[in-house]
Design a binder for this molecule. Structure first.
Ligand code: CO
Length: 263
């Protein structure tokens, strides 16, 4: 008898409908196309986002435990949990704990890795972004705004910045809102490079609140305002990483690896 298989796409979530479909929705679409033997389901990890969606839009999204329970009730035997998170941080740790708790509900339950895990992932992410910005000129700097965290996985951001330089992209810089490097470190690096124009891009799967406010907002401490004040012509690209096909492909590879363990 053939086994019922599912992929659960686990995202932090966003209350912005348009970016949600272009990013998380696009990742899930790719999963459906690439893994036709699997049912693809959605779960979010942010309780706040799920509450906003429920109360404001009447949209019900399961959390991880609910989604897994539902799959078990429907008789699925093999499940791959694939986070759309960027780093192996708190959200990922929490997901692994939930997966362990639900292990007994399934014949096989495997978890794919976040975007930046293996060394090869870093290179793939750099190349994907360099490909999307192949028109970047010498006198322009591309500044990526990551989330950042107090978790030790915060080191991923500096490592990614280093990898861009190692691949020859000396005008690409990585900073974070809540971790290291922060805006002050990035400002210093950009000043040394001394570009004419600064282009800002969220290093986040969705272009949600942080991108709209912390990066591109009108407040004087937004990254756009800070770089404008420093005298650069500044442009914001409000696209989440989930909009880039080569980034989505990295997640597909991670699913493939997790699914292989299931045989
Ligand atoms: Co945040």
């Amino acid at each position: 008898m053939s086994e019922k298989k599912a992929i659960l796409a686990v995202s932090f979530g966003t209350s912005h409908k348009e970016t949600r479909e272009k990013t998380i929705g696009a990742i899930e679409e790719d999963m459906r196309r690439r893994f036709p033997d699997y049912q693809v389901r959605r779960a979010f990890t942010s309780g706040m986002i799920m509450r906003i969606l429920r109360e404001r839009d009447g949209i019900q999204v399961d959390n991880v435990a609910e989604a897994l329970k539902r799959l078990a009730d429907e008789g699925f035997d093999q499940v791959v949990l694939q986070p759309t998170h960027i780093i192996n941080g708190d959200e990922y740790d929490k997901l692994m704990r939930q997966a362990r708790e639900c292990q007994s509900l399934f014949h096989r339950l495997n978890t794919g890795k976040p975007l930046l895990t293996d060394s090869a992932d870093y290179e793939a992410v750099c190349r994907a972004i360099m490909g999307e910005f192949s028109h970047l000129k010498k006198d322009e700097a591309l500044v990526l705004m990551g989330h950042g965290t107090g978790h030790f996985a915060d080191a991923a951001y500096a490592a990614l910045d280093y990898r861009f330089k190692a691949l020859g992209a000396e005008n690409v810089f990585v900073g974070t809102v809540e971790g290291y490097p922060g805006i002050e470190e990035v400002r210093g690096q950009v000043r040394k490079y001394s570009p004419r124009r600064v282009i800002l891009l969220p290093l986040m799967v969705v272009a949600g609140d942080h991108a709209v406010n912390d990066m591109a907002g009108d407040e004087e401490d937004s990254w756009r305002s800070v770089f404008e004040k420093d005298g650069y012509e500044t442009r914001c690209v409000l696209k989440g990483l989930g909009e880039f096909p080569e980034i989505r492909e990295i997640y597909m590879e991670h699913i493939l690896k997790a699914a292989k363990q299931q045989g």
